[in-house]
Design a protein around this ligand. Structure first.
Ligand SMILES: *[C@@H]1O[C@H](CO)[C@@H](O)[C@H](O)[C@H]1NC(C)=O
Ligand SMILES: *[C@@H]1O[C@H](CO)[C@@H](O)[C@H](O)[C@H]1NC(C)=O
Ligand SMILES: *[C@@H]1O[C@H](CO)[C@@H](O)[C@H](O)[C@H]1NC(C)=O
Ligand SMILES: *[C@@H]1O[C@H](CO)[C@@H](O)[C@H](O)[C@H]1NC(C)=O
Ligand SMILES: *[C@@H]1O[C@H](CO)[C@@H](O)[C@H](O)[C@H]1NC(C)=O
Length: 333
């Protein structure tokens, strides 16, 4: 090789290396410019640590009327969102369960839905939330409540009613959340044993699953906050914020914990409400996630509790919170 061609080869190499280095530096700089040095929010961290699968009970007549609006509002914040119906709908999309629709068959639908969820998603989530298509849920607050529990603990949460069974049962409309172990017991031990879970298609789904959970030794959890304020509600917000004086309405007779409900007794980390109309879902979404009163700061720094071990069940308020939200940020970053 002549000196000239060695020189040319070096020049070519320098050009290639320089171009690649320049490209990489530009990429790094533009990445930084797009994404300033920002910690992911605590809610984003919790989304990875407390995985929630939501399944929404719906039917063909409600796909466009209600379910779609769940998807566009609170539903999109679940780690996994499924709509259980008897017909396919590619827009939602839905899971097509092989069953007869109707109020009297909701128990069968609930069993089929949880079975489908177990067979397909058992290993992909920690908690399994059943909601109606007129339930509104604040998934960030649900993760905050569930954070302290180990999902291998046999427990389920919801709005607890005191009727019919020793440990009560959870309102269907407020939705209820099964731990991974509760789901496993329900599908593997319960569904195959008519002495534990009622066989056949008919029955009130919330009552029937309540009995089934009790027979499976799955604890009916307390979803109230550390101050004893409710977080999961079977009616719409205005009822619980400002209830009628007359306490003859069925709800007062069903509520598990003595509650009066009032503007300051609904928790500021509320999780779910019921009988929410589609247009109201957008209102709630706006009020919770978009609207801010100018100049005020929000209480993102609520302390995260110490995690309990698998099998441990201690409702909130039974001990003081120790670790802080910074501990979580350090631990997972
Ligand atoms: C649907 O359920 C019916 C009645 O239980 C059964 O006869 C039929 O085989 C099922 N179809 C499918 C596709 O599983
Ligand atoms: C979950 O994962 C475990 C371990 O990989 C596997 O043995 C089990 O079959 C899975 N369970 C389901 C229901 O998919
Ligand atoms: C539930 O607990 C009781 C009392 O410890 C026990 O006798 C029963 O076998 C348990 N049931 C199931 C389904 O684990
Ligand atoms: C309370 O309300 C119920 C139904 O809303 C009504 O039937 C009842 O008469 C009321 N009782 C009183 C004391 O106002
Ligand atoms: C609720 O209140 C009633 C009447 O005041 C009382 O007898 C009962 O023990 C209370 N229940 C709880 C769980 O605090």
């Amino acid at each position: 090789m002549s000196r000239n061609s060695i020189y040319e080869a070096r020049l070519l190499w320098a050009l290639i290396v320089g171009t690649i280095a320049g490209y990489i530096i530009t990429e790094i700089l533009s990445y930084r410019a797009e994404r300033p040095m920002e910690q992911p929010s605590l809610a984003e961290q919790l989304k990875k640590e407390v995985r929630v699968l939501c399944w929404v009970m719906t039917h063909p007549g409600n796909h466009k009327l209600r379910a779609l609006h769940v998807k566009r509002t609170w539903g999109k914040r679940c780690n996994i969102l499924l709509f259980m119906s008897s017909q396919l709908d590619d827009e939602l999309p839905t899971v097509k369960l092989n069953l007869t629709e109707g109020r009297n068959y909701l128990w069968m639908k609930t069993k089929s839905a949880f079975k489908y969820v177990y067979n397909n998603y058992y290993n992909d989530s920690d908690w399994f939330f059943k909601a109606d298509d007129d339930t509104f849920a604040v998934i960030e607050n649900m993760r905050y409540m569930l954070y302290r529990y180990n999902s291998e603990t046999p427990v389920y949460f919801g709005c607890k009613f005191k009727k019919y069974f020793k440990q009560g049962f959870m309102s269907g409309g407020a939705g209820y959340i099964l731990s991974r172990e509760a789901l496993r017991r329900f599908v593997v031990e319960g569904l195959s044993n008519p002495k534990i879970c009622k066989s056949g298609p008919d029955g009130s789904e919330d009552l029937m699953i309540g009995l089934c959970m009790q027979n499976l030794n799955v604890t009916a959890g307390d979803s109230r906050d550390a101050n004893g304020n409710g977080r999961m509600y079977p009616l719409y917000p205005s009822f619980h914020l400002h209830p009628p004086d007359n306490k003859t309405f069925w709800y007062w007779n069903y509520a598990f914990y003595n509650t009066t409900d009032c503007f300051s007794c609904v928790a500021n980390t509320a999780i779910s409400f019921h009988y929410v109309k589609p247009n109201e879902m957008y209102e709630y979404d706006y009020f919770i996630y978009t609207l801010r009163a100018y100049g005020l700061t929000h209480n993102q720094e609520l302390k995260l509790p110490t995690k309990l071990a698998a099998g441990e069940y201690k409702p909130e308020g039974t001990e003081t919170a120790k670790s802080t939200s910074e501990a979580l940020l350090n631990q997972t970053s």
